[in-house]
Design a protein around this ligand. Structure first.
Ligand code: CMX
Ligand code: CO
Length: 146
């Protein structure tokens, strides 16, 4: 079951400048940043709010790391802007299988690694009324050591 907006993915040419815009304009700080080579992105997660399912909602700012990445290709065609939305779920495998049964193309056979150790997959935008849609299961919260 999809229980939150996990994040909105925003493609940008210059991650540092875009982070600074969100900080200076809205006061949002970087919660986490990383490079995901498989996805071809350098990214910053700005936490906006916690959610009632125990998760959170973020903005995910994305800068391409290589010219053949999906985000670089998209930026070349569209310029900067909203690239995808992501729904959070406790069960990305089960939800992706259910959605696939409804005739929507799921882009990965198995979920891949996303931000902060999450597991992610994508639905084809042409099957989702023009919206590239991601499904995310966050990494389990590590319990404190005793
Ligand atoms: N939103 C909406 N439509 C999109 C889109 C997007 N982000 N990206 C592509 N499209 C549309 C294109 O406009 C194009 O439509 P037309 O045929 O009408 O022109 C069509 O989909 C095909 O686009 P394309 O430019 O030829 O791109 P590809 O088919 O090579 O790739 C996609 C599209 C969705 C398969 C690819 O972007 C993908 O695999 N995305 C998932 C991975 C990803 O986006 N990773 C980066 C984010 C990582 C993260 O969130 O952690
Ligand atoms: Co994303």
């Amino acid at each position: 079951m999809l229980t939150r907006i996990d994040h909105i993915g925003i493609a940008c040419f210059d991650l540092d400048k875009t982070v600074e815009f969100y900080r200076a304009t809205y006061g949002f700080e970087v919660f986490h940043s990383e490079v995901n080579e498989e996805q071809g992105v350098r990214e910053a997660m700005l936490k906006i709010n916690d959610t009632s399912d125990g998760g959170a909602s973020y903005l995910q700012l994305l800068e391409p790391t290589r010219e053949d990445s999906t985000v670089a290709k998209w930026l070349a065609k569209n310029g900067e802007g909203v690239h995808h939305i992501a729904f959070g779920t406790a069960d990305v495998d089960g939800d992706a299988a259910e959605i696939k049964d409804k005739g929507v193309r799921v882009l990965y056979e198995e979920p891949r690694r996303g931000s902060m150790g999450s597991r992610i997959t994508f639905l084809h935008p042409k099957d989702c009324h023009g919206v590239l849609t991601e499904l995310v299961t966050s990494a389990p919260v590590e319990s404190p050591e005793h």
